[in-house]
Design a protein around this ligand. Structure first.
Ligand code: NAD
Length: 355
């Protein structure tokens, strides 16, 4: 599938203008545009600007509204519980995490639960926000408002969302460790990107509705041609177990939308459970913390690579490298994704090509 390179600042301006034109505030538009473009820059095109057409479909169907405002239910340190009111996800989650960061800066720890937000994007983004404030963070997220798409271990049909999990550890005066992944072997959005590009996915990621292995990403999207198959969990029973825990922690405990509730609308609902900790409460000496982390990372990175062209990396390294590369060369978007963005922009009187 042909693609074109786009300048990050042009994409940022386009998404910002689309979001403002659709009725959100400047600040909400900036947060959404920055988040989505950073996801593309980081190599996670599944969670980049290609999500905008989906958000705008939710808006067109009146399932997402600029008027929705999150409501704080509990603000009693160390607990912070916010009803996300299905508001636009990136500003919604950023607000929750910023509040949790402030709470952890004061009291050493914050436990945050954002319930029923619209899609919040790349979870590592929030681990990076906490790390930039010098804090460790642990996040678990569910995906509701859609049919189940990930099979439990040993099952031939889906019961989970792609329920992501992210951990961030700051390194004083250094780059943080950011471990951030879906608990499915492949994020659903990456199957969407493969479908848009006309690519197959590697073997071992997807089963069809009969439980047969397939490399055709079409099997994990609703189609009149075949019933829905499933993505497989990463690490067999381990990823499946983590996915189940993420569902219960983020949404199940507090009665937020769960994957086993039949979706009524075209939207993606995320709930987020997070723990934010000030590492200075554990080891106050920042220089010591840095040298302990870095000496261990040096030990890990010194492992002989299987293939010298594929060096041993720490979590977060790959995204940083791609940010530098794509920041200079531009962000590749396949033509299908671009035409979906163009159509969504045109519905709000914006010519995407003029950016
Ligand atoms: P992935 O498989 O690309 O894994 C990314 C993680 O692995 C990163 O921490 C990265 O630094 C690390 N990594 C990658 N290559 C590495 C290497 N060679 N050596 C060491 N570490 C390496 O991620 P994914 O599962 O495809 O998830 C993509 C994104 O989708 C994530 O940002 C996730 O938060 C997001 N997501 C969001 C939702 C949602 O509903 N909001 C749902 C699922 C996934």
């Amino acid at each position: 599938m042909p693609h074109r390179l786009h300048r990050p600042d042009a994409l940022r301006a386009l998404v910002h203008d689309m979001v403002v034109k659709a009725g959100w505030t400047e600040a909400e538009a900036r947060e959404t545009a920055d988040h989505l473009v950073l996801a593309n820059l980081s190599g996670h095109d599944s969670h980049g600007v290609g999500m905008i057409p989906l958000y705008f479909q939710s808006l067109a169907d009146s399932n997402l509204s600029p008027k929705s405002q999150p409501q704080v239910r509990v603000d009693a340190a160390p607990f912070l519980i916010i009803d996300g009111a299905v508001a636009l996800g990136q500003p919604n989650a950023r607000n929750a995490v910023d509040r949790a960061v402030a709470m952890a800066k004061t009291g050493g720890v914050a436990i945050v639960n954002l319930l029923d937000s619209h899609h919040i994007g790349r979870i590592g983004h929030y681990a990076e926000v906490a790390a930039a404030a010098g804090l460790m963070s642990f996040f678990w997220v569910n995906v509701a408002g859609r049919p189940p798409i990930v099979a439990p271990y040993a099952a031939k049909e889906a019961r989970f969302g792609t329920n992501p999990h992210a951990i961030g550890i700051p390194v004083p005066d250094g780059e943080p460790l950011i471990l951030d992944f879906a608990t499915s072997r492949m994020a659903h959005g990456k199957a969407r990107v493969a479908l848009n590009k006309g690519d197959q996915v590697p073997p071992g990621y997807i089963i069809d509705a009969e439980g047969r292995p397939t490399t055709d990403p079409a099997h994990v999207f609703a189609s009149p041609d075949h019933p829905l198959g499933a993505l497989l969990p990463f690490g067999d029973h381990k990823g499946a177990g983590l996915s189940l825990i993420a569902e219960l922690l983020s949404a199940g405990l507090m009665g937020a939308a769960r994957i086993d509730e039949k979706p009524q609308k075209t939207w993606i609902i995320n709930s987020l459970f997070g723990i934010v900790i000030d590492p200075a409460r554990l080891e106050p000496d920042a220089a010591l913390r840095r040298s302990r982390i870095e000496s261990y990372l040096a030990f890990v990175r010194a492992a002989k690579p299987l293939d010298p062209a594929n060096p041993v990396l720490a979590p977060g390294d790959k995204e940083r490298k791609l940010r530098a590369e794509r920041g200079a060369a531009g962000i590749p978007l396949d033509d299908e994704t671009w035409s979906q963005i163009e159509a969504a922009a045109a519905r709000h009187g914006i010519d995407a090509e003029s950016y």
